[in-house]
Design a binder for this molecule. Structure first.
Ligand code: USQ
Length: 394
C-alpha cells in the first residue's frame, strides 16, 4: 500500500512511518515542523537532538534500503493538501522523485497536540484552532473531490469525552428517550482548547462520512509513553521527538525525566486525575490494525486507543518505586493544579475494539518503566530543570 502520513515529524508520526516502511509499504510523510518550531520558540529543551525529517529518511534508507518520501509543506494550505492527491508535489527527500500516486490510505496526525500550548495566550489558541481545523477540513475536501474511496485513520483523543460520571463507550451512545431509541456520538466535553479542536475534527469527519460516504476511523488515544519501538531500538538518531517540558511533555515521560533530574515529581492538584495510557509500541500496532481493517463507505468508526488506566498519583508512586530501586532519591510534590480539571472522579472507559482486531498490549510494568529510565538516563546532562514547570494556567 501507499500510506500517506500527515504530521510525519512528530512523536508518533515518524515512528509510524518507519513501522509501515519496515513492513514493505510505500510511505510518504508530510510535515511543516509546527511542533519543532514551537519547541524552538518556547525554548522547551528536548531530551536529545533529533535530525531533520529528510536527514532521518536518509539514515533510514542507508540502514534498511527502504524509502520514506518526505514533503515539507503546510497542510493548512488547501493546495498543498490537494497536491498530494493530484501529483503536484515536490519531495524534499526521495530516492525516486516521481509521484508515487494517490495514497491507498491516509493517516492524519497533523495537529498541534498540546493542551497547555493551546491555552498559553490568544495567539497560540488561534494557531491551534486554525491549524487543527483547517488541516482536517482540507483533508476532508481533498478526499471528497479527489479520492472519495481512500480510507483515513485520524488520531483523536480520549480527552474528547472528558471525565463523565457514567461509563465511556467506544465513540457512540445508544439513547432511549420518551420511548424512542437512536445512536449518537458519545457526549463530548473536553477540558482544554486543544482537546476541543479534536471534538470539532471528529464532527467534521462525521459530516464528511454522512454527506459524501467518506471512510473514517477515529482513534481516541490516551497519553502515550516510551521511546523505543521495533524499528529504532538502539538507534538514537531514529528516536522520536521526546519532550519532558510542561508544554509538550506527557505525564509519564515527564515523571521519568524528573526522577532522573532529582526534581520532585509534579503531581497537579490531588493527583486523582485518571486517564487511559498506552506504550508507543501499541500506538503503532493500533494504527496498523486500523489501516488493515478500514472503515466502510459512510462509516465513522471509533476505537478507544488505551491499554490501561492510572491516576496521576499511581503513576508518581510507580515512578518513585522504580526510580528508588535504581538509586534515584525520588520525591513527590503536590502542586496547585494549573489546569481546570476534575481531580477525583469516576472513570470507566471501554477499550475492546482494537483488542478484538488483534492488538497485543504492552503494559506499564516496573520493568518497562525501568527500561525507559535507562534510556532517558543517557541524556541526564541535557535535562534542564527550568523547563519542567512554568505554570501555564487555564
Ligand atoms: N499531569 C500532572 N503533572 C504533570 C503533567 C500532567 O499531574 O506534570 C496531569 C494532567 O493534569 C492530566 C494528566 O496528568 O490530568 C495527563 O496530562 P498530560 O499532559 O500527560 O496529557 P494531556 O494534556 O491530556 O495531553 C496528552 C497529549 C495529547 C493527547 C492526550 C490524550 O499531549 O496530544 O491527546 O494526552 S488524553 O489525555 O487522553 O486526552
Amino acid at each position: 500500500m501507499h500510506i500517506l502520513i500527515l504530521g510525519g515529524d512528530g512523536y508518533l508520526g515518524w515512528p509510524t512511518a518507519m513501522h509501515f516502511s519496515a513492513r514493505g509499504h510505500e510511505v510518504t510523510v508530510v510535515d511543516n515542523y509546527l511542533r519543532r518550531h514551537a519547541c524552538t520558540d518556547l525554548d522547551v529543551g528536548m531530551l536529545y537532538p533529533v535530525p531533520t525529517l529528510p536527514e532521518r529518511a536518509k539514515r533510514w534508507h542507508q540502514r534498511t534500503g527502504k524509502e520514506i518520501k518526505v514533503v515539507l509543506a503546510d497542510l493548512a494550505d488547501p493546495e498543498a493538501m490537494r497536491g498530494l492527491f493530484e501529483g503536484r508535489v515536490q519531495y524534499d527527500w526521495a530516492i525516486d522523485s516521481g509521484f508515487t500516486g494517490e495514497p491507498d490510505v491516509v493517516v492524519h496526525y497533523a495537529e498541534q497536540p498540546s493542551a497547555p500550548y493551546s491555552l498559553m495566550n490568544y495567539k497560540r489558541a488561534n494557531l491551534t484552532v486554525s491549524n487543527n481545523l483547517l488541516v482536517t477540513n482540507n483533508l476532508m475536501f481533498a478526499l471528497r473531490d479527489l479520492a472519495p474511496n481512500t480510507p483515513v485513520v485520524k488520531l483523536g483523543t480520549m480527552g474528547e469525552y472528558g471525565t463523565p460520571n457514567i461509563d465511556i463507550e467506544e465513540g457512540w451512545l445508544e439513547v432511549e428517550y420518551k420511548g424512542r431509541k437512536d445512536t449518537f456520538l458519545y457526549p463530548r466535553q473536553a477540558s482544554s482548547l486543544y482537546h476541543t479542536t479534536k471534538i470539532m475534527d471528529t464532527d467534521l469527519m462525521w459530516f464528511g462520512a454522512r454527506m459524501w460516504d467518506l471512510r473514517v476511523t477515529d482513534l481516541m488515544q490516551g497519553p502515550v509513553y516510551g521511546i523505543e519501538t521495533d524499528e529504532n531500538e538502539g538507534q538514537e538518531d531514529l528516536y522520536p521527538i521526546f519532550n519532558y517540558d510542561e508544554i509538550f511533555g506527557t505525564v509519564i515521560n515527564r515523571f521519568i525525566v524528573q526522577a532522573i533530574a532529582g526534581y520532585p515529581l509534579t503531581i497537579y492538584g490531588a493527583g486523582g486525575q485518571t486517564r487511559g495510557y498506552l506504550n508507543i509500541r501499541d500506538t503503532l500496532q493500533c494504527v496498523a490494525k486500523a489501516v488493515e481493517h478500514p472503515a466502510g463507505p459512510g462509516e465513522l468508526r471509533i476505537f478507544n486507543q488505551i491499554m490501561e488506566t492510572f491516576s496521576v498519583r499511581e503513576l508518581a508512586e510507580q515512578t518513585q518505586r522504580v526510580g528508588q530501586a535504581l538509586g534515584y532519591p525520588v520525591e513527590l510534590q503536590n502542586l496547585e493544579n494549573p489546569r481546570k480539571e476534575a481531580e477525583e472522579h469516576y472513570y470507566n472507559p471501554t477499550y475492546q475494539g482494537l483488542l478484538d482486531l488483534g492488538v497485543k498490549p504492552h503494559y506499564l510494568t516496573d520493568e518497562v518503566m525501568e527500561g525507559m529510565f535507562r534510556i532517558a538516563a543517557r541524556y541526564q546532562e541535557n535535562i534542564r530543570n527550568d523547563v519542567i514547570f512554568r505554570g501555564v494556567r487555564w
